[in-house]
Design a binder for this molecule. Sequence first.
Ligand SMILES: O=C(O)C[C@H]1C=CC(=O)O1
Length: 105
Amino acid sequence: MLFLARMDVTFPETMSDETKAGFQAREKEYSGDLQRRGVMKGIWRIVGEYANHSVFDVDSHDELHAILSGFPMFPYMKVRVTPLATHPNAIAEDFFTTAEDRAAL
Ligand SMILES: O=C(O)C[C@H]1C=CC(=O)O1
């Protein structure tokens, strides 16, 4: 099951740069692991915002919730999820990176 997630990040104004950097480093590790395993099919920065669009391939809503709530920055994120179905006019089976490409990352 494919889902599009939009994640908006808002850190408290009082949070130090060092603490933010720690969150960002842990986030990168968590996100990279999901991408290498093919659970997270891709992530894109939304231009001009501290937000992203990501695509997840999971077996259930519960799995997606566990993944999203496991992001280190989850307490500082607003997440909106859109379920994706196959479009009848789609001509490409999968425009995302292959498992081979991901394994090399
Ligand atoms: O920088 C972001 O968009 C926040 C964050 C959420 C997932 C991820 O890999 O980074």
